[in-house]
Design a protein around this ligand. Structure first.
Ligand SMILES: Nc1ncnc2c1ncn2[C@@H]1O[C@H](COP(=O)(O)OP(=O)(O)OP(=O)(O)O)[C@@H](O)[C@H]1O
Ligand SMILES: [Mg+2]
Length: 267
């Protein structure tokens, strides 16, 4: 559904991404992992059409995202950015409702119902009247996710799969809400949509993703299912830290930890 052909992004005269050529399919959750500065946010901004590549093309169901009208693009893909600074004293309800701007044909009660459903999904059911700046960091992040869920709506509409792009959706969240957010993303993919999630938690990537893009210095250096990626040892090379891969009895997927004893961090 989303294809990148030889995409390169430049900033300040430097190439910060690419060349990248990949295709994303519906029904898949793709995790993007890699060190700080590897180009993950740049990649997802190029995917979403927020930044335009210096060379190459990004196509969403065949349409160049650079030429799609923003209002059309907003109905086919939604983006949770890495940081969303909102200083104005909007209520949570008002922020989440912003996600419905491009969805026509909704009366006030339908809008209230959709916003309430999205707030319930992110475990903020009673937060609609709260002022956004008064929320905790994690609550603010979950409010932004609710806004994005309102924008994207159903994973498939009129036969077309939609794309949900999440840049570090779990960065401020406690462990339960991290898992909840990945479960929301997983359900979106299982119901026919496509999800791309930038994650620093390798275990969330290993536990929930179908496919992991490992980035380093503006390039995708591995594009694999989680199990072979963890088994291959490339993560340790790219992150520059020894790691151990664990598979507790009864687990279907492996997990990975820094090798604390060899790092002399265990005390
Ligand atoms: N507008 C810009 N001008 C100059 N350099 C930029 C610009 N935007 C991004 N970069 C650089 O490009 C590189 C990739 O940035 P990007 O934000 O994509 O990294 P990232 O993988 O998302 O990192 P993080 O894990 O810290 O979020 C970084 O080194 C960054 O400093
Ligand atoms: Mg980033």
């Amino acid at each position: 559904m989303l294809t990148l052909d030889d995409v390169c992004v430049r900033a300040d005269g430097q190439q910060i991404l690419g060349p990248v050529s990949i295709a994303l399919q519906p029904r898949t959750l793709t995790a993007v992992v890699g060190p700080n500065g590897a180009g993950k946010s740049t990649l997802v901004k190029a995917m979403s059409g927020e930044i335009h590549p210096a060379t190459g093309r990004v196509r969403l169901d065949g349409d160049d995202v650079a030429t799609l009208a923003p209002a059309i693009l907003a109905t086919r893909r939604a983006v949770l950015p890495q940081a969303s600074a909102i200083a104005f004293p909007f209520t949570v309800f008002e922020i989440v409702q912003l996600g419905l701007r491009q969805r026509g044909g909704l009366d006030a009660s339908a809008r209230r119902r959709i916003v309430a459903e999205a707030l319930a999904i992110v475990d903020l059911a009673r937060f609609g009247d709260r002022l956004y700046p008064s929320l905790s960091g994690g609550e603010q992040q979950r409010t932004q996710l609710a806004r994005v869920l309102c924008q994207i709506g159903a994973p498939v509409e009129t036969g077309r799969a939609k794309l949900l792009i999440l840049d570090e959706p779990t960065a401020s969240l406690d462990v339960r809400h991290q898992v909840d957010v990945l479960a929301v993303a997983r359900r979106f993919a299982d119901a026919g949509g496509a999800v791309v999630a930038v994650l620093h938690d390798l275990n969330l990537a290993a536990g929930f993703a179908d496919r992991v893009l490992l980035m380093q210095s503006g390039r995708i250096v591995a594009d694999e299912a989680p199990e072979p990626l963890l088994a291959g040892g490339q993560l340790a090379d790219v992150f520059g830290i020894r790691m151990v891969v664990l598979r507790p009895a009864g687990w279907l997927r492996s997990a990975v930890l820094p090798d604390f004893p060899s790092l002399a961090l265990s005390g």
